[in-house]
Design a protein around this ligand. Structure first.
Ligand code: ADP
Ligand code: MG
Length: 242
């Protein structure tokens, strides 16, 4: 059974797409079959970061111009990508029925892979929440800044309320150093045990009063990331056709 890992954040620009691509590459290097799905429907940019040319994408799938498996591209990192289309008005208007159809198709496609990574948009709208419910693991990315932590907390809270039982891991990215990212964090809700009293208070006060979630990893700011992203953008394969 393929595992779906959702990569989410409350605040944008914290490194979800970078992490999704880097994880895909690392897992592929270990011999795993990986599908990276660009679930940032409105502002997709996995394709930009990977330097993918035009071709079938999520918009083609949703408009039924292309079966989902035909929109999958193989990239040089040894993994497969289902790209989105940045700025597509159509992808910004995915309603519940269309999303359910897509999820059903995705779950069939995901059976072909050891892992399917969903690169989600920032925030807590209905689309993010539904995609989080489809995942077996939720990787929540944040920086160590109070605003990003507060938004990450809000995301975790609504996801718990939605009834997600998926494993929850926190990744602290873009910290000045590992030491800074690893310093004792203001306590969190404990993720699996958000109490109603906590939910009634402001996220910041919950952050300050509850137990810590499992921290999956830390990644300081690194100039290698930006240089790597630019290098990646030059390695491309010919576009798929539908
Ligand atoms: N650890 C890091 N060190 C340096 N730059 C990073 C790191 N993580 C992400 N970035 C850069 O930060 C910017 C935002 O990252 P991105 O993955 O697009 O964020 P998100 O998908 O959460 O909006 C990108 O330019 C990315 O290359
Ligand atoms: Mg992104």
């Amino acid at each position: 059974m393929s595992r779906i890992v959702a990569i989410a954040s409350g605040k944008g620009g914290v490194g979800k797409t970078w992490l999704a691509i880097s994880l895909s590459q690392a897992l592929a290097r270990q011999g795993r079959r990986v599908l990276l799905f660009d679930g940032d429907f409105g502002l997709a940019n996995v394709d930009v970061q990977l330097g993918l040319g035009p071709g079938p994408d999520l918009a083609s799938v949703l408009s039924r111009r292309c079966p989902i498996q035909r929109a999958v591209r193989q990239v040089d990192g040894g993994f497969d990508v289902l790209p989105g289309r940045s700025g597509s008005g159509q992808l910004g208007r995915v309603d519940a029925a269309l999303l359910e159809r897509l999820l059903a198709e995705l779950s069939v496609l995901a059976e072909r892979y050891d892992l399917t990574l969903l690169d989600l948009p920032a925030g807590i709208d209905h689309l993010v929440r539904r995609l989080l419910l489809a995942a077996a693991t939720r990787l929540v990315v944040t920086t160590d800044e109070p605003t990003a932590l507060t938004d990450a907390y809000a995301l975790i809270k609504v996801s718990q309320r939605d009834g997600s039982a998926a494993a929850l891991e926190l990744v602290i990215n873009l910290a000045e150093s590992h030491e800074r990212a690893a310093r004792p964090m203001p306590a969190w809700s404990g993720c699996a045990r958000i109490s109603s009293s906590c939910a009634r208070r402001s996220p910041a006060s919950c952050v300050a009063t509850r137990g810590s979630p499992r921290r999956s990893g830390t990644r300081p700011h690194s100039s290698f990331v930006t240089r790597g992203a630019r290098r990646r953008a030059t390695s491309r394969r010919s576009p798929a056709t539908c």
